[in-house]
Structure formats: C-alpha cells, structure tokens
Design a protein around this ligand. Sequence first.
Ligand SMILES: Cc1cc2nc3c(=O)[nH]c(=O)nc-3n(C[C@H](O)[C@H](O)[C@H](O)COP(=O)(O)OP(=O)(O)OC[C@H]3O[C@@H](n4cnc5c(N)ncnc54)[C@H](O)[C@@H]3O)c2cc1C
Length: 316
Amino acid sequence: MDFALSEELHALQETVRRLAQEKIKPRAREIDLTGEYPEDIFQEFRKADLLGLCIPEEYGGSGAGILGLTIAIEEVTKYSNVLGLMLLLTRLPTGPVMIAGTEAQKLDYLPGIAAGTQRAAFCLSEPGAGSDVAGMSTHVIDDPEVSGGVLLNGTKCWISGGMQADWLVVFAKSGDPSARHHQNIGGYLVRTDAEGVTRPRVDKKMGVKGIDTTEIVFDRVKIAPAQIIGGGFALAMQSLNAMRPIVAARGIGLAEGALMYAAEYVKSRAAFGKTIAEFQGIQWEIAKCATEIEAARLLTYRAAWLADQGKFTKEY
Ligand SMILES: Cc1cc2nc3c(=O)[nH]c(=O)nc-3n(C[C@H](O)[C@H](O)[C@H](O)COP(=O)(O)OP(=O)(O)OC[C@H]3O[C@@H](n4cnc5c(N)ncnc54)[C@H](O)[C@@H]3O)c2cc1C
C-alpha cells in the first residue's frame, strides 16, 4: 500500500496550486459578483493543458484519470467552486462517450474537449425527473427519412454549462415514454447548433455563479445512427458513479479553502490581549476541521483510484 502521489500527480498538484494562487484567487470574487462566464480562466486551463486530464492520451488528453482530475479540482476549488465545476465539465459529458461510445464517437468528440476547442454538457435531469431518472419523458421516435436514425423530443433542465456547450449527451427513452424499462433509456450525442435545439432560459442561481444552468428543449432533433450511444439506464448511473470522486473533490477543496481563511483569520484577530489562535478552544476547532478534511480526502482519493480501474459499478 502506497499513499504517496506518483511523481506526475505530485507535479500536477504543484502546477494547479500555483495557477490557482496566481490566476484564480484574484478573480474568484469578481466572477461571483458579476456571474459572467470566466472565459479568461477557461483559456488559462487550456494553456496549462488541464482540460484533458481525464481523457486518455490516444484521444488527445493527458491520461491523468479521475485521480488527476480530482487533485486538480481540489486545488482550484480552494479558491473558486465554479472553476472547479469548469474542470468537472470536462468529464461529466465525456464520461458516457468513454464508457460506452464507439471508437468513432471517441475520436469525434473527445479531442476537442481536451484541446479546449469544444465544450459539452450532460443532459439527464428534467422538470419532472431528477433523482427518479427512469421517470424521464424525453424520448426518441424513428426518423422516417433515415434508416436507423431517430428524432429527439423533450425538455432537459438545470444543465450546467449548457449555454457554452457545443455538444450534449442527452439521455432519452425509446418506445413508450411512460414505460420504465431500463434498457429503453440511452445516450444520444447532439450538437447544440442542430435544428430543433433551443436554450430558452437560464436559472437564477443562489451560488456557483459564472457557469449557468440551462433549460434545453429538443423538438424533433434529427439524430443519425452514428450519434447514438445507447447504454441503457446503467450508462446514466455508471457515468454518475465515476464522477462521484470529482464531485467530492469540490467539497474537499471548499473545506480546505474555508480552513485556510479561518487559520489566517484567527492569527490576526485579537481578543483579551492575545490572538484568538492562542485560545485552546479555537485550536481544537481548527484541528477537528483539518482531521475531517484529511479523512474525506483519503476516502475521495481511494474512490478516484478505484474509478480509474473501472471499479465504479454497483459491485464495488
Ligand atoms: C447547480 C446544479 C447543477 C446541475 N447540473 C446538472 C447537469 O449538468 N445535468 C443534469 O442532468 N442535471 C443537473 N442538475 C440536476 C440535479 O442532478 C438534480 O437536481 C438531482 O438529480 C435531484 O433532482 P431534483 O432536484 O428534481 O430533486 P428530487 O429528485 O425531486 O428530490 C427532492 C428531494 O427528495 C429526495 N428524494 C428523492 N427521491 C427519494 C427517495 N427515493 N427516497 C428518499 N428521498 C428521496 C431527494 O433527496 C431530495 O431531497 C443540477 C442541479 C443543480 C442544483
């Protein structure tokens, strides 16, 4: 058992830590206040080759895996939750392609994400179907004009990065939309400039401002056979399972950021003739917080390590 990061992952951590301190820390508050998409930081991530961390080298990525992305997101989120989300979005929609896509789909859709020339979003949730994924009503019907092709109809909501996305993975049902057969659910690759795709509104969020969540409507959108991933209900679940360590990394980064600010503050705030850092009651709270973060980090890294071995199905 070896708890040390590999040399490559350690170097990645150092690089992202520096970028976060130099570029993200000074911008974080402004992004939160304006709510504008931080294109400048996207370009910083692109220049630093951080957009393809979870994408294998043969598809243009750096092959750092879920663990690499987890480490990067943890560093970034110490200063900005929304910029952690920006990195997370390099994996959320590419996951279904990597898990169940054809070789041609991988070659078509992954290199653009790694190079930062394309962005994507993951469309699962609907106004009437959140946790209850099988309750979705978005569905496909046969395209009478294209053999093996389908037409996509429905509405997805709360889609992170939907406004910037060039392409989407959309989960939909074939057959009767009121049926709950798991095998009827599948993933479909959709370009956002396709006819019939509209993004009528974004949500007014309380936090994580800078990357909007979006409603996306599909009205008889033509899907060619080459855009069908399929994969069933299991693909939706496995795509989310593989993401869990990456989501957890944002929680850890946020907690570390909070601890960092708290540790600085208690050393400068004076009361009763001392800094409050000198009171044991405060030291206990800081130590408790650091201990809980360490425990959560170990659990998250282990989950990421398992996910990189493909162990994200229910057997694990
Ligand atoms: C900021 C943000 C970004 C998002 N980005 C995306 C995205 O990019 N793509 C996407 O597809 N979706 C996205 N979502 C949607 C998100 O995944 C859903 O909010 C989530 O699936 C929960 O669905 P819901 O909000 O409809 O809640 P519901 O499913 O209605 O749940 C409401 C409450 O009921 C509880 N509950 C539900 N079922 C059960 C049960 N069986 N037993 C006990 N309790 C239960 C839940 O825990 C919750 O507390 C985003 C949401 C947010 C807030």
